[in-house]
Write a protein that binds this ligand. Structure first.
Ligand code: GTP
Ligand code: MG
Length: 311
């Protein structure tokens, strides 16, 4: 059987197959997964992590593709994680993206991975965090995390990346209202994509109005206009990302982000691991009996959960 020490060196050397395998280990709870994470942990903290979130079709993949091209032209290695909570199968969503991304999909300096929902609560956020860390350990300079901003898991994921970009587009009416509550608050940068369309000023006004309603923050999230399909505004967007990175480093915001991320990792792992252990201790049959008892109204769900945690 493969073990963590055998996988570690090729992973740290940036071997894409080792990286892919390591991510799968973490996703599936491979027996050596914990050991592997313990060994990569000292090698972390170099990658720049950018989150892109927004409504379906707002242009996240096109933006990701353009950002990746620009960064590749600078010689940086780019990891792309497409978080897709709606797909029960990993690989489905990314197949389309790979085709769309055409040229860059075959570039060895680009690593693309689809993260789909796993069974466990908080599993998607956890698996995505693991993948970010593994890319970082493997020497990828930039990680771009693309998510459709609908589920809480995704809000969790992007809320603690280094720079969280919320993608808006003109001409969708109350676009801002359509985004999951909570996501606007965690934006470090607003991207107004499809700026070739009517209504760009209106989106900008909506952003300003929303910012005016909220409490003033130490970092005032700028709005960057892009036409991703034409590659317009990408360089300026990257400049905003880097300004935000510089601000984080000089103003101490990085520690806050790191702590938020540490908390998310701890909370999601604790929930996952406590549930796993409680289920394993009780056994599948006992769990099914409790579920039946709830369904038959013989036991309330709170009592059932207390019971399984106590046994
Ligand atoms: N007019 C215009 N079209 C764009 C722009 N950027 C992207 N598109 C188009 O918008 C469509 C959706 O783009 P994607 O990049 O797939 O959007 P997405 O947000 O990744 O979509 P999902 O992953 O399905 O949520 C594609 O047909 C793109 O070509 C833009 O700046 N202007
Ligand atoms: Mg996409």
């Amino acid at each position: 059987m493969e073990n963590a020490s055998r996988l570690l060196q090729p992973l740290l050397d940036g071997n894409p197959r080792a990286l892919a395998r390591a991510i799968t280990w973490m996703e599936n709870g491979h027996p050596e997964a914990r050991e592997l994470m313990a060994r990569v942990w000292p090698h972390l903290g170099r990658a720049m992590v950018i989150g892109l979130t927004g409504s379906p079709g707002s242009g996240k993949s096109t933006l990701t593709d353009q950002l990746a091209r620009t960064l590749r032209a600078e010689g940086r290695k780019v990891g792309i994680l497409a978080v897709d909570p709606t797909s029960p199968f990993s690989g489905g969503a990314i197949l389309g993206d790979r085709i769309r991304m055409g040229r860059i999909a075959t570039d060895p300096g680009i690593f693309i991975r689809s993260m789909a929902t796993r069974g466990a609560l908080g599993g998607l956020a956890r698996a995505t965090q693991d993948a970010i860390d593994l890319l970082d350990a493997a020497g990828w300079d930039v990680v771009i995390v693309e998510t459709v901003g609908v589920g809480q898991d995704e809000v969790d994921v992007v809320s603690c990346v280094q720079t969280c970009c919320v993608v808006l587009v003109p001409g969708m009416g109350d676009e801002i209202q359509a985004i999951k509550a909570g996501i606007m608050e965690v934006a470090d940068i607003f991207i107004i994509n499809k700026a070739d369309r009517e209504g760009v000023d209106r989106v900008e006004q909506e952003i300003q109005a929303m910012k005016a309603l909220g409490a003033s923050k130490p970092w005032d999230p700028p709005a960057a206009r892009t036409v991703a399909s034409q590659g317009e505004g990408i360089a300026e967007l990257l400049e905003r990302v880097r300004e935000h990175g510089a601000w984080l480093r000089t103003q101490g915001g990085l520690a806050g982000k790191a702590r938020a991320r540490a908390r998310l990792r701890f909370d999601s792992l604790l929930a996952e691991e406590a549930a796993r252990r409680a289920r394993a201790r009780a056994g599948g049959a006992a769990v099914e009996e409790l579920i039946q008892a709830i369904s038959d109204r013989q036991m309330d769900p709170y009592a059932a959960v207390a019971r399984i945690l106590e046994c």
